[in-house]
Design a protein. Structure first.
Length: 199
């Protein structure tokens, strides 16, 4: 039996941040945990995608003993080219080869998204088409597994066209705002449950 705190070593950002997000969460940065259990994938920081909830959630997961790395996408704004509705001020959502490699090294992905369902369901599909990993979605907008199954995303309930699978959803995570403790508890519970199922 261990007593006291467990140490988690985190190798942080590739360089000093100069724009929105400061030195904490610049686009294209990767904060590596000591063990590759969970990867928190954040959209690019900007007017719409503020990293505050990502940092709070990652801190809570680490505090509860979950080894969590953070990847802030370089091109995380907008929607994928195959989405029927375009958004994000004319920019296209995408993933670099390096980012796909980083995500694929982990056991579980936690995907942070926002409030426009018709944008982020296609982002989730884009990611899970390219990495064979179970994922938990965190978002503001109400959404169900059926929303993803209808566009071919594999879920815990139905096989689809994506090798990656959506295994849990937590809604009510509001951009720019702190995360209520009950939501943090829900996220930690679903992450730990998903990791247990992978063993």
């Amino acid at each position: 039996m261990s007593v006291g705190r467990g140490t988690q070593i985190v190798a942080c950002r590739k360089g000093q941040g100069l724009g929105l997000g400061g030195g904490m969460a610049q686009r294209g940065t990767f904060s590596k945990s000591w063990e590759s259990d969970v990867i928190a994938v954040a959209m690019s920081p900007g007017v719409r995608h503020v990293p505050k909830p990502v940092c709070e959630i990652t801190t809570e997961l680490r505090d509860k003993g979950v080894h969590t790395s953070v990847l802030v996408l370089n091109a995380g704004d907008g929607t994928p080219a195959d989405a029927p509705i375009k958004g994000g001020h004319g920019v296209a959502f995408g993933l670099e080869t390096r980012e796909l490699d980083i995500i694929g090294r982990h056991k579980l992905a936690v995907l942070h998204h926002g409030n426009v369902k018709q944008h982020f369901i296609y982002k989730v599909r884009f990611i899970l088409k390219r990495v064979d990993i179970p994922a938990i979605l965190l978002c503001q907008s109400p959404v169900t597994f059926k929303d993803f199954e209808s566009i071919g995303v594999s879920t815990r309930f139905k096989e689809g066209d994506t090798p990656g699978k959506l295994v849990a959803i937590v809604t009510g995570i509001v951009r720019h705002e702190g995360v209520p403790q009950e939501k943090l508890n829900e996220i930690v519970s679903k992450v730990k449950m998903s990791l247990r199922e992978l063993q």
